[in-house]
Write a protein that binds this ligand. Structure first.
Ligand code: COA
Length: 130
């Protein structure tokens, strides 16, 4: 698999976050290429086609941040994102991480998804203009 194959997925995830601050939205597809080169990407394929992926976005001490999680619309609701999160956690453990941080911008239903994936709130993210 080559990272270019992930671009349609990244575009779908990016569209879902139109308007979100950069912290939650990430950078550009170049960051995905870099993550791929660093072995920081987990991919779910169906019949050889990538339909979902997630990346380790940052590492600070023994914490990682997992992000860019997206599953193509027609493949949602089948447990693919949950499997990707488990694989991302395993990858992070292999790289020596002990904790995973999750920054969620969507104040709607997404926290429920991440709580099912084992995350609990530990603080509050605040922001101000500069
Ligand atoms: C969020 C997303 C990755 C979920 O993908 P998915 O493969 O459909 O998720 P799963 O099938 O693994 O769902 C696992 C569980 O979470 C629940 N869930 C899935 N998406 C949810 C959502 N947006 N809000 C609340 N619960 C959700 C499912 O109902 C399921 O619950 P169950 O185990 O009780 O049946 C997908 O909707 C997506 O790509 N969205 C656009 C990009 C995005 O928002 N990414 C997250 C960035 S923080």
């Amino acid at each position: 698999m080559i990272p270019d194959e992930l671009e349609p997925l990244w575009n779908e995830g990016d569209a879902a976050f139109a308007g979100a601050p950069a912290l939650f939205r990430g950078g550009s597809f170049e960051d995905i290429r870099d993550a791929f080169a660093a072995g920081n990407v987990v991919v779910h394929q169906e019949d050889g086609r990538p339909v979902g992926f997630a990346t380790i976005v940052f590492t600070i001490g023994d914490h990682v941040g997992i992000g860019n999680l997206v599953v193509l619309k027609e493949f949602r609701g089948r447990g693919i994102a949950s499997k990707l999160m488990e694989e991302a956690h395993e990858l992070a453990r292999e790289k020596g991480a002990k904790h995973s941080l999750m920054c969620i911008w969507d104040g709607g239903t997404l926290p429920d998804f991440y709580q099912k994936a084992g995350y609990q709130p530990i603080g509050v993210v605040m922001s101000r203009e500069l």
